[in-house]
Ligand binder design. Structure first.
Ligand SMILES: Nc1ncnc2c1ncn2[C@@H]1O[C@H](COP(=O)(O)OP(=O)(O)O)[C@@H](O)[C@H]1O
Ligand SMILES: NC(=O)OP(=O)(O)O
Length: 320
């Protein structure tokens, strides 16, 4: 039987929940690795992707704080590359440790991934992607006036700097990622949505933006012909009427039903909406494909059809 291949996109809570120290983020990733190694034990090939909003924002602040002629601040695309290396390194250590504990030998490798975007993407004129720490409205206004950067309110959680977030067009390293998986490696890639680059006559050139990791993971899942895209976040399911007394969790759902709920305004922009849109984009290309949105704790149950929100073109097959 052909092995299942899945792309697993890790939400912010898989890496950082409040404490931004290297130690705390590595502890969180070790917990995450325990859940991911369960997939390996079940014989499922995994490609791990992750967000970088808090981390890339902090790297950018560190660059600005130290900026001088001898130590110039690096641009946002380069900060994105730094965040891929940093989180990939932590994730490799965490995965190696858990694999060793369970007596499994597998290579774990991070691929620095460039993602091609369109330089005419309208997202460059309207920054929406929140990065870095949260601020009060007054703090955000002060920083905006001083630096000319844009801040927006982030889903009721506070004010954050926002940067352009163009859609991924192509993933430059997708063939090598797939080859590594076929050879048996566990691959970490499209970290932070990938490093945004544009095609020019001189080759690929970095551009200042942060791509949404759910859209980049969807594009990768499509290009490597994955069986499933698993989007892990802080909630077990997608809900309609979220946080209202009438809230209802979505379990098996078709694309058509989900599109109707989008029109009904059930999913918050900048948090659940991109996940639902990425879920649809992956599942609508092939009736065999599914996207699962759930929490880290329920991920393995969800791939067996026992929990989470499972999005398919025609509805999930009835389990016997
Ligand atoms: N309709 C909805 N159903 C479930 N969660 C929702 C919904 N609308 C907004 N959310 C919120 O979106 C969050 C996921 O978005 P976010 O925290 O930005 O993602 P990530 O886990 O990738 O960092 C959930 O934890 C939940 O609080
Ligand atoms: N790049 C990205 O989507 O990061 P977050 O998931 O942390 O917002």
């Amino acid at each position: 039987m052909k092995k299942q291949k899945v792309v697993i996109a890790l939400g912010g809570n898989a890496i950082q929940s409040g404490d931004a120290t290297a130690e705390a983020q590595q502890r969180a990733l070790e917990k995450t690795a325990r859940q991911l190694v369960d997939f390996i034990e079940k014989g499922i090939d995994i490609i791990i992707s992750h967000g970088n909003g808090p981390q890339v924002g902090n790297i950018l602040l560190q660059q600005a704080a130290a900026d001088s002629v001898k130590n110039p601040a690096m641009p946002l695309d380069t900060c994105g590359a730094m965040s891929q290396g940093m989180i990939g390194y932590w994730m490799q250590n965490a995965m190696d440790k858990v694999l060793k504990e369970r007596g499994i030998f597998r290579n774990v490798v991070t691929v620095v991934t460039r993602v091609v975007v369109d330089q005419n993407d309208p997202a460059f004129l309207n920054p929406t992607k929140p990065i870095g720490p949260f601020y009060s409205k007054a703090e955000a206004q002060k920083m905006s006036e001083a630096t000319g950067t844009v801040f927006k309110e982030d889903a009721g959680r506070g004010w954050r700097r926002v940067v352009p977030s163009p859609k991924p067009v192509n993933i430059q390293e997708h063939s090598v990622i797939n080859a590594l998986v076929e050879q048996g490696s566990i691959v970490i890639s499209v970290g932070g949505g990938g490093i945004p680059v544009v095609e020019t006559e001189e080759g690929l050139v970095g551009i200042e933006a942060v791509i949404d990791k759910d859209f980049a993971s969807q594009k990768l899942a499509e290009l490597v012909d994955a069986d499933a895209l698993i989007i892990l976040t802080a909630v077990d399911n997608v809900y309609i009427d979220f946080n209202k007394p009438t809230q209802k969790k979505l379990e098996d759902i078709t694309i058509e039903e989900l599109k109707a709920y989008i029109k009904g305004g059930h999913f918050a922009e900048g948090s659940m909406l991109p996940k639902v849109e990425a879920a649809i984009q992956f599942a609508e290309t092939n009736p065999e494909r599914k996207t699962i949105i759930t929490s880290l704790d329920l991920a393995l149950n969800a791939i067996e059809g026992k929990s989470g929100t499972v999005v398919t073109l025609k509805g999930a097959p009835v389990l016997s």
